[in-house]
Structure formats: C-alpha cells, structure tokens
Ligand binder design. Structure first.
Ligand code: SAM
Length: 414
C-alpha cells in the first residue's frame, strides 16, 4: 500500500514526508548512516539524552491548593515590546507546528519504529572515557605539530569461498590535524587516529579544524570552486549555563566578519542559519548579519523537538523555553540574480517543519540533504557546514571541533 511505501522509504532514507502538512519526520541516525560504508552510527550514542516519556503527573489539588491560590493572586507581567514581537512570531507559526505534530501523532507506523528504538536504549549515560578536547589541544604551543593518521584500506581481498574478507592492505597518510584541510577522498569509511583517540571519517568528506581567525583559508582561489550550500550554526551567546560549559560562545559582532560572500560560488549560494528564539538575535540577523553577508532571507524552517513517543519535549506555549528552533534560509546572490535560475526550483516553501528526537546537547538534525533537494540545480555543487561538530559525505566541515561526533565510540560495526 501507499503508506507502507512511505515507511519503506523512511526505513531506508530516515526521512518520512507527511502528505497532509508541510512537514517531515527525520531519524538522524538513519540519515547519517547513509554516509557510511563499514560503520554505523550507534543509536544509543546518538540518542544519549533521555526525555521523560510521560508528562510529569498533575499535582493533586489537595496538596497544592495553597500554592495555587498564591500563584493566582500574582498578576502576569505584561510583555514588553520585544516579547510581544516574539509572541506574534510564535502565534504565526503555531498552527503549522500543531498541524505537523498532529501528522506525526496520527502516523502510528513511524511512532512504532521510534518506540522500538527506545526499547533498545539503556538509561542515560554520561559518555564513558575522557573526551579529547580539540579546543584545548589547539591552544598549546605544540598544536601545529599534532597530526592525524588516516588508515586507508586500499585492497580488499576475497576469501577462498569467494565471499568473506581475508586480508586488507592498509595505506597510511599522516597530516597536520589543525589549520589543514584533511580529506577522505576514498569511497570508504576511513579510520583515523589523533594521539590515542580513534575517529571514523565518512567517504568523500573533509574537515578543516581551526579557530574563526583562520576561516579565510577556506576561501577558494577561484570563485567557480566556491560553495553552493552553506549551513551555519554559530556559538550564539545564550543564558544557559549548561551551554557555557559545553563550548565557548562569541558575541554577535564576531559573526559579521565570516566571509560568506567570498565562500559562495560565483553563481550564488543557498545559506541556512540556525538561530535561537531570542528576539534580539532575530533582529540582529535580519538587520545586520544577513545584510553584511549579502544574504536575502527567503524562508524560515522550524525544527520541532519530540520525544521517542512522539510527544513534544516541552509545552508549545512556554514563553522562555520553546520546543523548537529556527533555521533561516537565504540566498546569497552571485552572477545569477534570478533565484529560479540559481536554485532550479520555483520557490522555497516557507514554514517547513522538521520533526525529530534531539541528540546530544545543541546537536542539530542533519538537514543538509533536505536543503540540497530544495535546490536541485545546486546539487552537484560543493557544500560546507560552518561550526560543524561532525562530518558528512560530500561536505566540508569547518569549526574548532569538527571531529567531535566522529569519535569511534559513537559508532558500531555491522
Ligand atoms: N551544529 C553543531 C552540531 O549540530 O553539533 C553545533 C555547533 S555549536 C552551536 C557551535 C560550535 O562552534 C561549537 O562546536 C564550538 O566549539 C564552536 N566554536 C566556538 N567558538 C569558535 C571559534 N572561535 N572558532 C571556531 N569554532 C568555534
């Protein structure tokens, strides 16, 4: 049947398209696994954050009646101007979010797949062992001497029965790990080592690990070799103490100097920027950042975060903690001024909703492929993710820790 066809496609691609709404559900593990040949992303490593599968029980009226009375007396504070604008934005997208969520709740075949997955996952674990901090390593005087060893498996010999793998010849390649473009141009996963840690690099992928000060090294010598799709997830300043301990944030003005225009292909490029829900930040992006980058905002997508049972990770209408984040999609015009000619599609749909179960803190769902599909004409072009913490087939990953999620403990072999 038609539904089963959609499910089959989901199991294969990790993407389920709801026909009745402008929404897709994605399973990042399945999407990422399309990149790998010998390794698989471990679901328990990806889904390391546990969200309670049921809502906390309603407090009983008897025990809380006094508290409630006290609360009722307190008049809600009126929203200030900026909060009102934020609330208006929320009210505008709310129907799209609700419709997308309803589509997921109605699609039991997807929920079933996700609940099976949940059954396989153990309790939340803080990742075992000590994680290598590239940000710290990059700051010591020996940093230019640190190297990465890539172990290419060049020759697969067949066993006597004609099937099994008997021996493998290995070719090693040793390169500086910082301020250097490290490429796996082979069609296979490559195992790599930095000091005592092991990393898995997907086929046809590359990374450049550096501080923002060196980002200009990625500007292509010839602009015909520039990037057609650029995804940016900056370390925005944010009140969350938890975030502060995960990675350093930067004041907004630093991002004005990212050379987006020079990174773009001469014809132009598709630029997608992750932003938080703070109105002050939205204002900065629209009035200063996009104009400085030469980017015209064409659509806004929303990532709606759900638990493995399909429920939202928190109430949709909590003012200071929304269960969604925004992806601002824009075009950086180059020689080709006509968007249709540049992208190869008539228009980019607005208010698209991407539903998924979140992975580790601040980890975004892999939306690169979805973006490339929206712009068929850009498909053959080069793609880059800025401030990346992982690698993807066909993409260049830049940031100060692009190997973060490539560590071998996040993978299993089949
Ligand atoms: N998109 C990523 C993901 O899905 O996992 C998350 C990116 S996170 C919001 C921002 C990243 O920027 C962090 O990895 C952080 O270490 C990095 N970063 C912070 N300051 C930086 C700097 N000065 N230069 C380069 N990268 C920096």
């Amino acid at each position: 049947s038609k539904t089963t066809g959609q499910l089959t496609e989901f199991l294969d691609s990790g993407i389920y398209r709801f026909e009745d709404s402008n929404a897709v559900f994605i399973d990042p593990v399945r999407v990422l696994n399309r990149s790998y040949t010998r390794f698989r992303v471990s679901p328990s490593a990806y889904y390391c954050r546990r969200f309670n599968s049921t809502c906390p029980p309603e407090p009983s009226v008897a025990s809380n009646s006094r508290k409630r009375k006290r609360k009722e007396k307190k008049k809600p504070r009126a929203l200030n101007d900026r909060e009102q604008v934020a609330d208006q934005r929320h009210q505008l997208v709310r129907p799209f979010l609700l419709k997308a969520h309803e589509s997921l709740i109605r699609t039991s075949e997807v929920l079933e797949v996700m609940s099976n997955l949940r059954g396989c996952l153990g309790p939340e674990t803080s990742s075992p062992g000590v994680e290598q901090s590239f940000v710290e390593l990059a700051q010591v005087w020996q940093a230019p001497l640190y190297q990465i060893t890539l172990n290419f498996h060049t020759n697969y010999k067949q066993g006597e029965d004609g099937g099994s793998l008997a021996t493998q010849d290995c070719e090693q390649c040793v390169l500086p790990v910082f301020n250097n473009l490290v490429v796996n141009e082979s069609s296979n996963d490559v195992e790599a080592e930095v000091l005592t840690s092991r990393y898995i690099l997907p086929p046809k992928s590359s990374f450049y690990m550096s501080d923002m000060g060196q980002i200009h090294n990625l500007i292509p010598a010839e602009s015909d070799f520039g990037f057609s799709v650029i995804v940016v997830d900056p370390p925005w300043e944010n009140g969350s103490a938890r975030q502060k301990s995960r990675y350093k944030t930067l004041p907004n003005r630093y991002f004005l100097s990212i050379p987006i225009k020079q990174l773009c292909h001469t014809d132009g490029a598709f630029v997608a920027l992750w932003v938080t829900n703070r109105e002050k930040l939205r204002d900065f992006v629209e009035k200063e950042l996009f104009p400085a980058w030469g980017v015209t905002h064409v659509a806004t997508f929303f990532w709606l975060k759900v638990k493995a049972d399909g429920s939202l990770i928190c109430d949709l209408d909590l003012f200071h903690h929304r269960p969604y984040e925004c992806l601002l999609v824009g075009i950086c015009h180059g020689k080709v001024m006509n968007s249709k000619q540049l992208l190869g599609s008539d228009h980019i749909p607005d208010n698209q909703i991407i539903l998924s179960v979140p992975g580790d803190y601040s980890r975004k769902p892999p939306i690169g492929g979805l973006l490339q599909e929206l712009a068929p004409r850009l498909k053959g072009g080069r793609s880059i993710e800025l401030f990346a913490r992982e690698m993807t087939t066909g993409w260049v990953s830049w940031g100060n820790e692009p190997l973060h999620f490539q560590e071998s403990r996040n993978f299993v072999t089949e």
